[in-house]
Design a protein around this ligand. Sequence first.
Ligand SMILES: [Mn+2]
Length: 315
Amino acid sequence: MLLNDKIRKAFDNDLLLLVHHHADVDSVASAIGLNSIFEKSTICASDGISSHGQKLASVMNIEIMETPPEDWDGTVIVLDSPNPEHCNPVPNSESILVIDHHTKIEGWKKGTKIIHQPHRTSTAEIILDLILELNLDISKSCANALLCGIYTDTGQFRHANGETFRAASELAKIGADPQEVINILDSERPMIQKTTFLKAAQKMKWMQEGRWIIAESRVGSFESGSARLLILLGADIALVSSGNKKGDMRISTRASNRIVTEGFNLATILEEVAEINGGSAGGHPGAAGYNGKGDPEAISEITKQKCIKSMKQLA
Ligand SMILES: [Mn+2]
């Protein structure tokens, strides 16, 4: 059971469906899922949408508001964002509901309603359960969108668990088409993304530590995609950072399934970095991110040292 009376009531209001910064497919899909059910709802992004997120929105013919209003007279539903930093500015509202599946959820003001299911592999799965629990009908296009969220957040089912397949099968029964999902998401990458990935590979440095390989690189954008590709090249840990002139920096990290299975956890490591350097961290054992201030090179080095220490502790 996900719903109590308070949460059920929250859905009676006008809904603002807020996705996180540089919204990924899971976040956008979750918003599309709720938007297709609730007529009085608006999808809103506070700081851009990822290229695949945009692709999904355009295929589904969905409009997304680009600047959050200061106040919202209804319920703000925050999707796939474990803390306010990942989606600020959050509009002022008497009713805020956070729906998320990241390991650690924190920083929400008192009175915020929270549906937190860290064992789920995507927020889209939680949205599916919620819609089923409300006894509402899901359209075929909504089912497709939710399956897109599951497909990407599980790395094309590589990080799936039993529940993931139950949700995917449920969606297929409703009419989601796995081939359509693949067609939407495996389209050709934009040129800027391709050149960024190639530069990430070109600037990459790697080292071997016992049985493990750790790789590090720096880019101007597309950190998480770059990190994912370094894992495909053979790294067990990939750290890709970026920074801007204002002093904001970001690290996106990925780990191979093999090292995660042995107990390695990137989310814990980035939380330690946030304790040292401020800022905010969030994610999962195999994929986590950090946002903060400072020199990306220095903070990436600190992260790398922590990773090496943790790798040495694996049996
Ligand atoms: Mn997610």
